[in-house]
Design a protein around this ligand. Structure first.
Ligand code: SF4
Length: 426
């Protein structure tokens, strides 16, 4: 029998039991985050220090998205490095020097650790310090780990942003300022920036910024809103620098977006009337966009395998705004503090699980025969072959889905596989 952890007293699933599982896992590693992070920070470069496997993972995940010379690469550790016969630090210095000579536009270089670099205990923090001293102020060199051992693929972003936090400049005073934390598509970021401006919240910044030189400053007056639910280490690092998190659900769907914006509005003293006036048009557009998807999704049964850490906010959106029935909501990690507002909004009695025991989850999923399964790439094909309809969870991270204007697109990510299945059956 799985141990059960209480969450906290309250409504919805706040104090619901959670099935904890430990067993075989089926997830991508944190290197995957490079795919969206390199597009977000436009003068950064991600150098994975890893094996050919790591290079293949990045290439195949990014394959269809490369439209210019990529801003990521893998420095391959060969047998001599792995056997300790070569000085990997010297080799890394040579690779970085060549790279920076060839790509003078790079302003921020991340050395990204992997399983092989961790196995041989290659000290990338030391390398980053040494190289930063050599190449600053033109280039800052930071490091983080994207290693796949005991991680989820979204943790790569958390580790990357957490590495940025100590580098953020101290603001000149402690004046209240809002920081939105988590990589958002530029179009989504622009929409939120406009909404905050209309609400009258003057000082707003985004982490990560689009350029290395424009990373936000931080002070004890900084109030931050997480835009993604998988940023536990980043939040901790921000709090260590005096910033305070604004508790809110995540900006998925009309309801989540409204509650997320309201958390900022309340913290910055925006009047209820102004909030209503500014958010009403977006809420109405989102409601219209969602109505047609509800026709197809209403009453459908969905099963989430743990993969992206977005599962609980997505389940809340699907159940409350599209009337989808939640068969099971699995998440790799349940951060009870960051997800408290989400859990409170989930329907009572939702089956929640944390961690992964693949075989047992597959058994439960097969027995339930849900209409739609949200899972990692590795599980999708076998489940499709068994006649189940699947959605790749990774698509939900690659696609702009936050905010009012994207609520319909988010719903469509779930209707599309159902329509495809209907066509196949017909
Ligand atoms: S970091 Fe580890 S899990 Fe990720 S691709 Fe490299 S070897 Fe595989």
């Amino acid at each position: 029998m799985s141990p059960v952890i209480p969450i906290r007293a309250g409504s919805g699933c706040s104090d619901a039991p959670v099935r904890r599982e430990r067993g075989q896992r089926e997830v991508f590693c944190g290197l995957t985050g490079i795919i969206w992070l390199h597009r977000k920070i436009q003068d950064a470069f991600f150098l994975v220090v890893g094996s050919r496997t790591c290079a293949h993972l990045i290439q195949s995940a990014a394959g269809v998205m490369i439209f210019a010379e990529p801003r990521f690469a893998t420095a391959i550790l060969d047998e001599r490095d792995l056997a300790g016969l070569a000085d990997a630090q010297d080799e890394l210095d040579r690779v970085v020097t060549r790279l920076l000579q060839r790509r003078p536009e790079i302003r921020l270089l991340f050395l990204v650790g992997s399983c092989p670099s961790e196995v041989i205990k290659l000290d990338l923090a030391r390398a980053a310090q040494r190289l930063s001293a050599q190449f600053s102020p033109a280039v800052r060199v930071l490091n983080y780990s994207g290693s796949g051992i005991e991680t989820t693929f979204t943790q790569g972003e958390d580790a990357c942003l957490a590495a940025l936090v100590p580098q953020l400049a101290a603001a000149s005073d402690d004046a209240p300022a809002l920081m939105v934390v988590g990589a958002l598509a530029d179009v989504v970021e622009d929409q939120f920036a406009r909404l905050f401006a209309e609400l009258g919240i003057g000082s707003v910044s985004f982490l990560p910024a689009r350029r290395a030189a424009r990373m936000p400053a931080i002070s004890a007056g900084t109030r931050f809103l997480l835009a993604q639910p998988f940023l536990a280490d980043t939040a901790r690092a921000l709090e260590a620098r005096g910033a305070r998190r604004l508790a809110a659900p995540f900006p998925l769907g009309a309801e989540g977006t409204t509650a997320w914006l309201r958390a900022a509005a309340d913290a910055f003293g925006v009047s209820a009337a102004r909030f209503e006036r500014v958010t009403a048009p977006g809420r109405e557009r989102a409601a219209r966009a969602l109505a047609r998807h509800r026709l197809l999704l209403g009453g459908k049964r969905i099963f989430f395998f743990p993969d992206s850490q977005l599962e609980i906010p997505l389940a809340r959106f699907l159940s409350r705004e599209l009337q989808v029935e939640l068969v099971e909501v699995g998440t790799p990690y349940l951060h009870r503090q960051h997800l408290a507002e989400e859990l409170a909004l989930l329907p009572e009695g939702t089956a929640l699980s944390e961690g992964q025991h693949l075989e047992q989850q597959l058994d439960r999923c097969r027995a339930a025969r849900p209409d739609l399964v949200v899972c990692g790439l590795g599980l999708a094909n076998p489940l499709e072959a068994e006649g189940l309809t699947t959605k790749w969870s990774i698509e939900l991270v690659f696609t702009p889905v936050q905010g009012y204007e994207q609520a319909g697109d988010l719903a469509e990510l779930f209707t599309r596989p159902l329509l495809r299945r209907e066509k196949l059956v017909a």
